[in-house]
Write a protein that binds this ligand. Structure first.
Ligand SMILES: [Mn+2]
Length: 307
C-alpha cells in the first residue's frame, strides 16, 4: 500500500513547547524503513515548514497566529488531497493538533463521499474563540471542521462544513471544558470518554467504531499522543496520568486498521524534548503502522530481524 508521509512543523496553535521538532525526531527513529518493513510503500514528502513564532505578529488575540496556521494547513490540505487522489494513504505528522484542520480538509476535498473521523484525544478540541480560555487554536479546530467557529477556520481550503457531526467518534476524553461538554450534549456528538472506557470496556467502543465505519465510505483517524498515559507517552506537551494504556491504544488502533476503510491519519503533539528513550516516537510509529492495517509491533519487528 502506497503511503505518503507529510510532516508539519506547525506549533503556533499551542504554547511554544517543541512540537515543531516532532516530525524530524520521528523520522530519525527510521520511520520510513520501519513502515517499509511492515509492508507499506512509504514515501517521505518532507515537511511543511511553519514560520518561527518570533518572526510573526500574533494578530487577533482571539485567534493568535491564525494567518500562518491557515497557510500551513492549506498546504497540508493540498498535499493530502493530491496523495489520496493518487491512490495513496497520507500520514500527517505534527506539529500541534491544529494540523488536523488542514489534514481533514484535504481528505474531505479528495472524495465526494462521506468521510468520517475517529479522533483520539484527552481533550475535546471543540472550543470556539468565544468559549476558549487559552485561545490556542489547537483547542478549536475540531469544532470548526463541523462548522462551529470563525469563517477563517470553517471555510479553510474549501467553503463549508467538512465533517458531518454524526460522522465523528471522539475517543478517550478526560479533560473536557464546560463549553465542549455543552456542545457534545447539544449536538448529540459521539464521545466515548475514559470514564465510558472504564465503565463499558473496549467491546462497547468497538461497536461504536463498527457503526461509524459501516455508515461512511472512508475514515480519517486523528491521534493526539496526549490521549496515552504518560508512562507510555511522556513526549507530549500535556502529560496524561489517566490516559490510555499501551494495551488499550494498540488494541484500538489495531481494531481500526483491521475493520475500517482508512483514508489516512494524523499523529500529533509529539514533543521530543520530553520523551524518554524515544519511547513516544517508537509508539507513534507503531500507531501509524497499526492504523494502516499492518500487525506491526515490537514483536513482529523483532521477528522480522531474525530472518
Ligand atoms: Mn488535541
Amino acid at each position: 500500500m502506497k503511503t505518503c508521509i507529510i510532516g508539519s512543523t506547525l506549533d503556533l496553535g499551542a504554547e511554544e513547547l517543541g512540537v515543531d521538532k516532532g516530525p524530524q525526531a520521528i523520522r530519525d527513529r527510521q520511520l520510513i524503513d520501519k513502515l517499509r518493513g511492515a509492508g507499506l510503500d512509504a514515501v517521505d514528502m518532507g515537511d511543511i515548514v511553519s514560520t518561527k513564532r518570533a518572526l510573526l505578529e500574533p494578530g487577533d488575540p482571539q485567534l493568535p497566529y491564525m494567518a500562518e496556521i491557515a497557510s500551513n494547513c492549506s498546504q497540508i490540505a493540498s498535499k493530502v488531497e493530491t496523495c489520496i487522489k493518487d491512490g495513496s494513504k497520507p500520514v500527517v505528522i505534527g506539529g500541534d493538533h491544529s494540523v488536523n484542520l488542514g489534514a481533514f480538509s484535504g481528505a474531505a476535498a479528495a472524495t465526494s463521499n462521506a468521510m468520517g473521523m475517529i479522533y483520539i484525544d484527552a481533550h475535546g478540541d471543540m472550543n470556539t474563540p468565544q468559549s476558549s480560555l487559552s485561545h490556542n487554536i489547537h483547542g478549536m479546530h475540531l469544532a470548526s471542521l463541523m462548522g462551529f467557529g470563525p469563517a477563517v477556520m470553517t471555510n479553510l481550503y474549501q467553503p463549508g462544513t467538512k465533517l458531518a457531526k454524526e460522522n465523528l467518534v471522539h475517543i478517550a476524553a478526560s479533560d473536557l471544558d464546560q463549553a465542549e461538554i455543552e456542545l457534545i450534549k447539544q449536538e448529540n456528538l459521539q464521545a466515548f470518554t475514559m470514564l465510558d472506557l472504564l465503565k463499558d470496556g473496549l467491546g462497547s467502543l468497538f461497536s461504536i467504531i463498527d457503526n461509524l465505519c459501516k455508515r461512511v465510505d472512508q475514515i480519517w483517524v486523528s491521534v493526539d499522543l496526549d490521549a496515552i498515559d504518560t508512562v507510555y507517552a511522556p513526549g507530549v506537551g500535556i502529560p496524561n496520568q489517566g490516559g490510555l494504556t499501551y494495551r488499550e491504544i494498540s488494541a484500538i488502533t489495531g481494531y481500526i486498521g483491521q475493520n475500517c476503510n482508512v483514508a489516512g491519519l494524523d499523529v500529533v503533539e509529539y514533543n521530543p524534548n520530553f520523551d524518554q528513550d524515544h519511547k513516544t516516537a517508537e509508539l507513534a510509529i507503531e500507531i501509524i503502522a497499526k492504523i494502516l492495517g499492518t500487525n506491526y509491533s515490537w514483536y513482529t519487528n523483532y521477528m522480522a530481524r531474525q530472518r
